[in-house]
Design a protein around this ligand. Structure first.
Ligand code: AMP
Ligand code: MG
Length: 344
């Protein structure tokens, strides 16, 4: 198959992409979070192609992308007031809500669950593609399952060239980590995945938020969990990653004691001079967590190289968008963290 590379700047792109979606083909779409691997979310055969292309476990559900909040009732029932409040505050934007699913949504899309995840992405071209296609677009991140997510059209081609109908190139993604996911199907709202909409922003609207334990710890692969996607290995380059926590000086001393040729250091731009002899790669500025979220996956992809033995990574601390960066980096490191303040 010849994969079409369609520019988001070309006025003909939305109609071409929408037609491919209607025909049951796979089209990678740009969003403000990451590139999604999209298909008609109501067409089981089309959705099956997503799982096949990614090598994604069948029980890992997909997010349905809608072009406007007014579509919520088409796919969900018993929608709580909180969902309308969140939609008003954050859509279009990097927030996904889990709600009770109507029968029209195939269980192949929801990974067999009676709930469905909905999002209205903040990308004008992608919303126009959804609107013109006349169906919600089911899309997980466009990476091969387990690998770092795709934040450019080139990342998508690297993983899927020749295997999908088209990629819409909308440039690098602004947020760079996947959407915040909030489950609204229980008594209390539950954060399943942190992202560009921060816990602080959610609490300001909801007044309450439970953080699921999958956000902060490794989940056993046999565990029964609310969001099956949370238990799988994620975002990982081919070699082991270890997070080195602690002050700038203590971390640099620890890394220099352990570094051997063939290792790499993933650090903040401010720290590059400290690692001049350690083949460092910066993913953004510690002083601005938005640059870290925007740069993380491109950096993890660059480090996905079998010649590298070990990656020593520096991770931001604190809330806001840094909280989402910590979550992704900890998953990439399989929660392997050393504290340079106390460890030799
Ligand atoms: P991805 O965009 O590749 O990260 O995949 C979509 C994410 O949404 C996965 O982590 C899923 O587990 C999560 N998700 C999708 N639908 C549901 C749902 N109904 N309940 C809980 N989590 C969901
Ligand atoms: Mg993903």
């Amino acid at each position: 198959m010849n994969t079409l590379l369609l520019s988001a700047l070309d006025a003909k792109t939305p109609a071409i992409a929408a037609e491919l979606i209607r025909q049951g083909e796979l089209v990678a779409i740009p969003t403000e979070t990451v590139y999604g691997l999209g298909a008609d979310g109501l067409n089981e055969a089309a959705v099956a192609k997503i799982f096949e292309a990614k090598g994604r476990p069948q029980d890992n559900p997909l997010i349905l992308h809608i072009w406007d909040a007014s579509q919520m009732e088409q796919f969900c029932h018993d929608i709580p007031k909180a969902a309308y409040d969140l939609a008003k505050a954050f859509w279009p934007g990097p927030l996904t809500m889990v709600l009770p699913a109507r029968q029209i949504v195939p269980r192949r899309t929801t990974g067999g669950l009676d709930t469905v995840a909905l999002r209205c992405p903040d990308n004008a071209v992608t919303r126009e593609i959804i609107r013109l296609s006349g169906v919600p677009i089911a899309a997980p991140s466009a990476n091969i399952s387990g690998k770092p997510s795709t934040t450019t059209a080139q990342h998508v081609l690297h993983d899927h060239d020749g295997k999908i109908a088209a990629v819409v190139d909308g440039g690098p993604c602004r947020v760079g980590v996947e959407s915040t996911i909030v489950d609204l199907t229980e008594d209390r709202p539950r954060l399943l995945r942190p992202g560009g909409i921060t816990p602080e922003q959610l609490i300001a609207v909801l007044g309450d938020l439970v953080v699921d334990k999958a956000v902060t710890a490794q989940i056993d692969k046999d565990a029964v969990v609310k969001a099956p996607g949370m238990k799988y290995r994620h975002y990982a380059p081919s070699e082991p990653v270890v997070i080195v926590a602690g002050s700038r000086e203590k971390a640099a001393a620890y890394i220099h004691r352990h570094f051997t040729p063939g290792d790499r250091v993933l650090c903040f731009e401010e720290e590059l001079p400290l690692y001049a002899d350690c083949n460092p790669l910066s993913y953004g500025q510690e002083a601005d967590a938005n640059t870290l979220s925007a740069g993380l996956f491109a950096a993890l992809r660059e480090l996905d190289d079998p010649r590298i033995h070990q990656v020593y990574a520096r991770c931001p601390v604190g809330g806001g968008v840094a909280y989402a960066v910590q979550n992704r980096l900890k998953k990439a490191a399989a929660f392997h963290i050393v504290d340079a303040e106390v460890e030799e």
